[in-house]
Design a binder for this molecule. Structure first.
Ligand code: NDP
Length: 290
């Protein structure tokens, strides 16, 4: 058995960020406008703070401006909606990102729905989700799009392949399933979606030519769940004994899979890269409509 090829998300993210930087520079030279992302962070969750900081740094590296709006943990829903309204109305803000999770007193859906669909760089707004389902996306959701890019650049054939997605969250699993079943590049797959109520999970995952794990359980996918030669993409980010690990037991699955993405250095860096791409898209769209 040959060990699996590594699907290196970090290297691909760097390459794509170089391309985005060049596109941002062209856009800014032509329009005089610097694409700008407004990030909203409510409360003191340390992981969220790190994510937001990474996103801001990534923006700066490709020439995208960003502003961080930090609100206290006791912020009310009305106060947050007020800020979203201001950002929606501000022509120099092109993308709006609300870092999740929000504190319990705030209803997540109400806030995400309030973000202008034209500035919704996470693609969470129902209008943008609808456009994805209809196969005419405005923004592609960052993590699923990152997964698709990894498949494309690694030369994994999706057309006609059986893709099994474990997880059906609004952020990862569900949009990814929608995207993989569309017509077009990195799509045309036969898609099966699994979740916590799926019976005989291993029997299904063993049929996958492409297996994508977005579960949130450390090292959940074992070698006996994987078809020899399959491409395995690990979306999970979990902390186990102080270490970051994925949803896939990399050490054993890499002996069976044909290709596998590591954690860290896999989907994570791709997610932020797609956020940068969406922010540029938002700036371009806003210029066209104004
Ligand atoms: P959620 O908790 O929202 O969803 C997890 C999904 O896994 C659910 O659909 C759940 O099923 C399913 N699931 C849970 N247990 C099982 C099981 N035993 N068997 C089969 N399915 C199961 O998580 P997210 O989608 O938000 O995130 C998933 C993982 O990806 C996390 O580790 C997260 O940290 C990571 N992540 C990584 C990102 C990146 O940039 N790399 C971005 C976003 C997330 P059910 O619906 O029935 O509850």
């Amino acid at each position: 058995d040959v060990p699996a090829h590594i699907i290196d998300g970090k290297a691909l993210a760097e390459k794509l960020r170089g391309e985005i930087a060049s596109d941002v520079s062209t856009f800014t030279n032509e329009s005089g406008v610097t694409p700008h992302l407004a990030a909203v962070l409510v409360g003191e969750d340390p992981a969220s703070a790190v994510y937001v900081r990474n996103k801001e740094r990534a923006c700066a590296n490709v020439g995208i401006g960003s502003t961080l709006h930090r609100l206290p943990a006791e912020t009310t829903q009305a106060e947050l909606l007020e800020l979203i309204g201001q950002l929606n109305a501000n022509d120099s803000v092109h993308g709006i990102l609300v870092q999740l999770p929000l504190p319990a007193q705030i209803e997540e859906k109400a806030v995400l729905d309030a973000v202008s669909a034209l500035k919704d760089v996470d693609a969470f707004h129902p209008e943008n989700v609808g456009l994805i389902v209809q196969g005419r996306p405005r923004f592609l959701p960052c993590t699923p799009c990152g997964v698709q890019q990894m498949l494309i650049h690694h030369g994994v054939q999706t057309a006609g392949a059986h893709a099994v997605v474990i997880g059906r969250s609004e952020i990862v699993g569900k949009p990814l399933v929608n995207m993989l079943m569309q017509k077009g590049e990195a799509a045309n797959a036969t898609v099966t979606v699994c979740h916590s109520r799926t019976r005989d999970l291993n029997d299904i995952t063993r049929q996958a030519d492409i297996l994508i794990a977005a579960i949130g359980l450390p090292l959940f996918v074992k070698a006996d769940m994987v078809k020899p030669g399959a491409a395995v993409i690990d979306v999970g980010i979990n902390r186990l004994e102080g270490k970051l690990v994925g949803d896939v037991d990399f050490d054993q699955v890499c002996e069976v899979a044909g290709a596998i993405s590591p954690v860290p250095g896999g989907v994570g860096p791709m997610t932020i890269t797609m956020l940068l791409r969406n922010t540029l898209t938002a700036a371009t769209l806003l210029r066209k409509t104004s």
